[in-house]
Design a protein around this ligand. Structure first.
Ligand code: G6P
Length: 608
């Protein structure tokens, strides 16, 4: 789970590589490094030069030695440690024993111990604890004048996942790249080409992209890109134009990406609805090739926030599609022999489209003949290529590790999908029209919720020193509590737990004492009184309570109430989650933490 960048063109490579790495730090920031082929023009000779160290990209940028990297072709890496501690020795780029091949790698080489033994038996020395170091040495071992063959032979040795870039003094005009199960895109420019783990890292330079598929190789020269399969047969590819705005990759004056992304939600939800939904016409999702009549159950699978979005929409699918709908964590699903056949619809949710467990779950569902449909934000990502069908959330690039706008857009799109299926199956639910109308009004209502930020900031000031917090709610509110608790853990490092309100009596109430804080979410009139009683029970045991609600609750024992607009009860998560996002954000700020890059976490978890 690292980030890689490459540049081959007429400009100095280092500033472009550093910019790309800064944008990819969400993928890890344990160490950073660059390899450049410096051109000593008098002698017409290229020399491979490397600067790397543990710590963040900014250290690499400020390193005096980086200034000596003047070449126009280079590769770079920001690391999230998997094999070996964060240290200079374990930093990328790694080189072979002859110091001719430099490699950066994102992924995990599962058979690296075996490969290390093989190399050592062949007289090679390995200097790091990484799995990656075998790659430049295998390339060197296989190299006898034909770099493509050496790379393809090396790929055949590797088990696991990889996106790699290779440069060498032997071929100073090109970067060789290859991938399997880890992301890699090529940005095409005028007399220059860019490479990166994701689109936003190089979107300010070009909007034309080639997408490399698994077990493919590309030769990236200054003015051309050639593609090959693993057996070195040539492949033709064309570029795709990406319409994202490079500006959307910047902070636009906000202190942090997370805050910017919270504020982008009205627009992101509006874009996700787009022209897909209207009151007068049938819903349009371009899914006419799926015969929804053949399904007798639905699975919705994802990790982290994506899985929580699934929890929030389960009742929507059950109500409007009348199909049993099961939510599963991808890492559980993939190992538990789920009951799936050709009558199962498996929906996978992923912001990045690169989460390793979600990809494995998707592959399992496909192997069992399910129809696979994915809800993804990143265009051209791995999940979109493996799925039978994909529909995109139009949240735009999400940079902060803690997901915010992707979540609200996932629920929005899944709700539209449920409407589409309901219409396809011919159900004439009288509630469907009002559900649609509520959905269309969400962008405006989200704006109203954003106006509450100062109120929440005040309450965050009271709470930021707490060690534990509890979230309680019922139905859709419980799903929101799960996500609210995750947000708080992720960025403020405060321990918190989410409970279905009715479960309070079955254990957690034993933990409630004076000054314990409970956050209650109440948006459904049918269960409002029940959760309110649970809050009262907590208050009588000394708890302080923050309530997020759209109900008319006048209870002076509640310390703080955040009122949000009312909507269809099944859509309330899209509105009630926003105060909890603010809450986690302000607490983390008050604790002086790095909100966008919380410790030990990565934006996209491309390893198991
Ligand atoms: C990581 C991120 C979470 C995200 C989860 C799933 O844990 O930190 O924010 O929800 O992965 O990611 P995906 O890209 O599949 O939605």
């Amino acid at each position: 789970m690292c980030g890689i960048v490459g540049y081959n063109g007429e400009k100095k490579a280092v500033p472009i590589l550093i910019n790309g790495l800064l944008s990819l730090e969400y993928r890890g920031y344990d160490s950073a490094g660059i390899a450049v082929l410096n051109n000593y023009s008098k002698e017409k000779k290229y020399k491979l030069e490397i600067v790397k160290d543990k710590g963040r990209v900014i250290n690499l940028k400020n390193n005096e030695k980086t200034k000596n990297l003047i070449g126009n072709i280079g590769i770079a890496h920001t690391r999230w440690a998997t094999h070996g501690i964060p240290s200079k020795e374990n930093s990328h780029p790694h080189i072979d024993n002859t110091v001719k091949f430099a490699v950066v790698h994102n992924g995990i080489i599962e058979n690296y111990i075996l490969l290390r033994k093989k190399l050592i038996n062949n007289g090679y020395k390995l200097y790091s604890e990484t799995d990656t170091e075998v790659i430049p040495n295998l390339i060197s071992m296989h190299y006898s004048g034909d770099i493509l063959k050496a790379v393809s032979d090396t790929m055949k040795d590797l088990k696991g996942s990889y996106a790699i870039e290779v440069i060498s003094e032997f071929f100073p005009d090109r970067i060789i790249i290859a991938k399997k199960d880890s992301p890699l895109v090529i940005g095409s420019g005028e007399k220059e080409n860019y490479i990166a783990s994701d689109i936003p890292a190089i979107l300010s330079y070009t909007n034309k992209f080639y997408f490399l598929d698994d077990e493919e190789i590309a030769v990236v020269k200054k003015d051309s890109v050639e593609f090959y399969d693993i057996n070195l047969s040539k492949i033709q590819k064309t570029t795709k134009t990406i319409e994202w705005d490079a500006q959307s990759n910047e902070k636009n004056g906000y202190e942090d990406f997370m805050l910017k992304e919270i504020y982008e939600q009205p627009n992101a939800v509006r874009e996700t609805i787009g022209s897909r939904l209207s009151l007068s016409e049938k819903t349009n999702l371009n899914l006419e090739y799926i015969d929804f009549k053949k399904f007798n159950r639905i699975f919705i699978v994802g990790c982290g926030t994506a899985m929580h979005a699934g929890m929030a929409v389960k009742p929507i699918f059950e109500k409007f599609c009348k199909l049993p709908t099961e939510i599963d964590i991808a890492s559980e699903f993939r190992y538990r022999n789920p009951l799936i056949d050709e009558h199962t619809l498996c929906i996978f949710i992923s912001q990045s489209g690169e989460t390793a467990d979600t990809i494995a779950a998707l592959k399992l569902a496909k192997s069992l003949n399910a129809t696979t449909l994915s809800i993804v934000n990143v265009i051209g990502s791995s999940i979109t290529r493996f799925s039978d069908y994909t529909i995109y959330t139009h949240a735009g690039p999400e940079i902060a590790v803690a997901s915010t706008k992707a979540y609200t857009c996932q629920i929005t799109l899944l709700s539209i999908l449920a409407i589409y299926i309901s219409e396809f199956l011919g159900y004439d639910d009288k509630n469907l029209q009002s559900f649609k109308a509520s959905l269309l009004k969400l962008p405006e209502k989200l704006k109203k919720v954003l106006e509450q930020s100062d109120t929440i900031k005040k309450y965050a000031k009271k709470l930021y020193n707490q060690h534990d917090l509890y979230f309680i709610g019922r139905g859709s509110d419980y799903a929101v509590c799960m996500e609210g608790s995750l947000k708080l853990k992720e960025i403020s490092y405060i321990h918190s737990e989410a409970y279905a309100s009715g479960e309070l009596k079955h254990g957690p109430i034993a933990l409630i004492e004076k000054n314990t804080t409970i956050i209650g979410v109440i948006t459904d009139s049918i269960t409002a009184k029940k959760t309110l009683s649970n809050l009262e029970e907590s208050i009588s045991r000394g708890a302080d309570v923050l309530l997020v609600t759209n109900q008319n609750i006048d209870n002076d024992k509640i310390d703080f109430t955040v009122n949000i607009p009312s909507t269809h009860p099944l859509l309330s998560p899209i509105l009630s989650m926003v105060p909890l996002q603010f809450f986690a954000y302000y607490i983390a700020k008050l604790k002086n933490l790095d909100v966008d890059k919380p410790r030990n976490l990565a934006k996209s978890v491309t390893v198991e």
